[in-house]
Every structure is written in C-alpha cells, then in structure tokens.
Design a protein around this ligand. Structure first.
Ligand code: FAD
Ligand code: FES
Ligand code: FES
Length: 475
C-alpha cells in the first residue's frame, strides 16, 4: 500500500501526500498553481472547473469530463487528469482559435471549462456531429456570450475532424495531426501502467469511515470543507462494486455504477430503449460521469431520479458490512426523511431487478423548472406486465410528493387483475391521492405538486394505452 496518491497531471507524474478527501480543484489550483481551471459555483452547476479524467481499461484509455470541484483527489489515483493547460501546444490549438474567431469568449471565465468539455467530446467520439458536440457542454454555463459563438466553434471543429481523413492513423493520432491534442497523449497509457493503483487511506486503519464516497456529487456539494480531513472511504475506484450484468433472470447493477454507464449500457438499452432520452435529464454530462446509483439511493433525496426509476422495477438492494451481506427491497430502505434501514458501516454493494419480460411496459417522467441541469419538482415511473389485456403486475413510484422516495404500494396493488379503462385510471388517481403528502416549497405548492403527479400518472397510461386515454381528456 503506497502512502501517496500517484497520477499523471497533464504531462507530469504527480506523487502527493495530500489528503485523499481534498477536492481535486483545490489541488490543481492551490498545490499545483494551475489557475486555468476556474472555481465558480463549487456545486457542479457552472462547469468552470471541468477537467478530463483518463482511465485505463484493458489497455485502452477512456477520457470523461468531470467537475473537479466535486471529485476527491484520491480518486485521481492511477489516472490521467487533464486541465486546460494540458491541451497547450505552441500557440492556440484549432478549438481555442475557433473560440476567439467566432466570438465564443468574452470575459473568458467559463472558456477553459467549455474547451475542456469539447476536447473531451472529440477525444471520446470517433464519429462526431454538431448536435452531440453541443450537448457535451450541457454542464457549462456562460454569462457573457449568449452561446452562439460557442456553438459555431464546436461546428467548426466538427467540420475539421470530419473533412480530414488520415490513412493508417488511430483516433488519437488523427487528433494530434490536427493539432487538437499535444503529442504526449500517446505516451500516457504506458506511463499509467507503471503507476501504483492502490489507494492510500485517510485516518485510522480499521476504524469505520466517517463517509463512504462514491462519485462525491452529493457529498462535495453538501460538505466539501468537512471532507478534507475526514476519515473517508473511496469506493468508486476499481470494478469491485460497479458493472451491469444479466444473472439468470435478473439484471444486477453494482452500487458504484455511474449514471453515464447505465445510459450507455447495451443491456439497459435493450430492455429500456428510451433510457438515453430519459437519463439525459439527470444533471449534466460531467455529473452523470461521476454520479452513482448507490449515492443516489443512500443520499435519499425524495426526488432522486435513479431511485425513482429503480423503485418502479421493484428492485432489491444488497448491503455489505464487510463480513455480512443482507438483501431487502429498495422500497423498504426508507423509514422517514433521510432515515434509512442501514447501519453506518454498510456499503450498498448492488441493486437487482427481474429482467423485464416481453409483456412488460415501462415509463419514466420528470418535471423540473429547467430542462437540463435541474432536479425534479415531481418525478414518477411506472412498470406493468400484461396478460390477456389485464395488468398482472404493477409498480409505480413518485418523487417530490413525500419525505422519502415513494413507492405507491396501494395504487400499484389496486391495478393487479384490472383491464385498463378511463374509469380505472380515475380510480388509480383517487388512490394515489391517499398515499402522498407533498409540502409547499421552492419547487411548488402542495396543489401544484399534486396536480403534476396526477398528470404524470395520466401520462404513463397515455403511453401504455393510447386507445384508452388521450391528451384531450386530461387537459
Ligand atoms: C449539479 C448537480 C445536478 C444533479 N442533478 C441530479 C438529477 O438530475 N437527478 C438526481 O437524482 N440527482 C442529481 N444530483 C444529485 C447527485 O448527483 C446524485 O444523487 C448522485 O447519484 C449521487 O451519487 P454520488 O456517487 O455522487 O454520491 P456521493 O456524493 O458519493 O454519496 C452520496 C451519499 O451516499 C453515500 N454513499 C455513496 N455510495 C455509497 C455506497 N456504495 N454504499 C453506502 N453509502 C454510499 C455517501 O456516504 C453519501 O451519504 C445532482 C447533483 C449535482 C451537483
Ligand atoms: S466550480 Fe462550478 S461546477 Fe465546479
Ligand atoms: S465568456 Fe464570460 S462567462 Fe463565458
């Protein structure tokens, strides 16, 4: 076990004894004096602190954009961290030039974040287009330019990449040839292989940690100052608790699987073909690249999106205290506002649910004040199985209408054995009203949230049974 954190920062090997809980942003700016990465909101909202994290998997390096303000330094272990300075070549690179020529930068505070996000898009994707390039900056905010110049810059680089074909060159070599990347990127995989991957520990060995940290996208918003010297256990590194597998008739998802991994999983896409559009409403790309299923469930926000999704699949979770495992239904975890049936030393190891059969239907809905980068005012998911036009299994979840992520048990039970009609749907709404207890807050009044959930439930039925109920009937 090394007592240092070892990684590559741009083109330099770093070996540091700093606390593993220190924010990566602080290490970059204060310890390394790399001031190109900016500190804006410190809450994952502005993208000024965006960096790329390159990770070796089976000899292949994959780069993802992350918010360095929410990432613990310890998670950099064995990785390649790229800040804006890491893209410097002699003079401006073509993307930086485009941002200047197209009026994509004014005060410049947000510019490094935009450039790093776009570089991340061009590195991660061999086939590029302007729409996706622009989506890759969904986590970056600019207060000056009005975005048109930034969009034109992205379009210009898409054209540059798509019109230049190089024979016998791999993707990274092509980007280097186009001067979008410096040459040292090619040396990184071999250099990473020589780095000690084991992470040093904070605090006293053997003591229960103050915090388990997966992606840090909740913890570092809520308590970044406390995290520095706390005894924390990083659990997102390595594959121990991550990954998506089909095991017999179940789909099993490791607790530290990220939202991006779920969105891109072929297994999940096969059973939930709309997953990409549904999960796009979760935070932003850099947030999805770090946010995990376990963090979403254990943070216990009543509007947590992944929790809402998995509640309606009647998922079970496995908790592990290091010596003993126990399993329970996800819906039984929540006992009250942020009160869980979970001991402090238990890790959420995995979640599983029955593989949806052919006679099943699933729908997820989220309403928030902004389309992107916003948490839900109310969300809801519904899963049903049908036989001979009758519902034989139903599970409905609702967020933002109770102190906990809510499983609508009575409403779901009522639907079993029913053939859907307008009268049955109205009964469902009536029962749902007896199960919820919304409060008025910044996201809406009691009446507004109740109305939203009613509409979302109608919306599930409209998607499943367009012949029974239509938009005209509910407005
Ligand atoms: C800008 C922004 C936008 C966001 N948008 C959304 C959104 O649209 N929808 C949404 O639902 N959420 C959103 N979130 C919230 C957050 O990203 C999610 O809740 C995320 O899934 C948390 O996962 P994490 O791994 O980052 O959790 P962490 O911050 O690492 O941990 C959260 C909690 O879970 C515990 N924990 C983590 N992993 C485990 C484990 N394996 N076992 C036991 N305990 C564990 C931690 O100790 C902590 O108490 C957003 C956050 C930000 C900053
Ligand atoms: S400083 Fe705003 S997202 Fe990190
Ligand atoms: S150029 Fe000023 S915030 Fe974007």
């Amino acid at each position: 076990m090394s007592n240092k954190i070892n990684f590559i920062l741009n083109n330099e090997e770093v070996s540091t004894s700093a606390y593993i809980g220190m924010g990566l942003l602080d290490f970059i700016r204060k310890n390394q004096r790399l001031s190109g990465t900016k500190e804006g909101c410190r809450e994952g909202d502005c993208g000024a602190c965006t960096v790329l994290v390159g990770e070796l998997t089976n000899d292949k390096i994959e780069y993802r954009s992350v918010n360095s303000c929410l990432m613990p330094l310890g998670d950099a272990q064995g990785k390649h961290i790229v800040t804006i300075e890491g893209f410097n070549i002699e003079g401006l690179n073509p993307l930086q030039e485009a941002m200047v020529d197209e009026g994509g930068t004014q005060c410049g505070f947000c510019t490094p974040g935009f450039i790093v996000s776009l570089q991340g898009y061009f590195i991660a994707n061999e086939n590029v287009n302007t729409t996706d390039a622009i989506e890759s900056v969904d986590g970056n905010i600019c207060r000056c330019t009005g975005y048109a110049g930034i969009k034109r810059s992205a379009e210009r680089i898409v054209k540059l990449v798509t019109t230049n074909k190089f024979q016998n060159k791999n993707h990274l070599e092509k980007l280097i040839q186009l001067k979008l990347l410096p040459e040292y990127f090619l040396t990184i995989p071999n250099r990473l292989k020589k780095i000690n991957f084991e992470i040093k520990k904070n605090g006293a060995n053997g003591k229960a940690p103050d915090y388990f940290v997966s992606g840090g996208t909740d913890l570092y918003v809520q308590k970044w100052e406390t995290m520095l010297e706390s005894n924390i256990k990083l659990i997102s590194g390595g594959k121990k608790y991550s990954g998506i597998q089909v095991v017999k008739d179940k789909i099993r998802i490791g607790g530290t699987t990220t939202v991006s991994e779920i969105m891109n999983s072929q297994v999940i896409q096969k059973y939930f073909p709309e997953i990409t559009n549904q999960v796009k409403l979760f935070g932003s790309l850099p947030i999805r690249n770090r946010a995990t299923v376990a963090g979403n469930i254990i943070n216990a926000s009543p509007i947590a999106d992944m929790t809402n999704f998995f509640l309606s699949l009647n998922s079970r979770i496995t908790l592990n205290n290091g010596t003993k495992k126990r399993e329970m239904f996800l819906k039984d975890l929540y006992k009250g506002y942020k009160t869980l049936d979970k001991k402090p030393n238990e890790i959420l190891e995995s979640l599983s649910f029955r593989t949806p059969p052919e006679n099943s239907l699933f729908n997820y809905e989220k309403v928030s004040r902004r389309t992107y980068l916003d948490i839900a005012s109310v969300n809801s998911s519904m899963y049903i199985e049908l036989k001979d036009n009758k519902i034989i299994i139903a599970h409905i979840s609702a967020g933002g209408v109770a102190p906990i992520p809510l499983y609508l048990g009575k409403t779901s039970n009522y639907l079993k054995g029913k053939e859907v009609s307008e009268a049955i749907i109205n009964e469902v709404i009536g029962i749902m009203l007896t199960e919820i207890s919304p409060i008025s807050d910044a996201r809406g009044t009691i009446e507004y949230k109740t109305l939203l959930l009613r509409q979302l439930i109608y919306s599930h039925f409209m998607k499943f049974f367009p012949d029974v109920i239509s938009v005209e009937e509910i407005v």
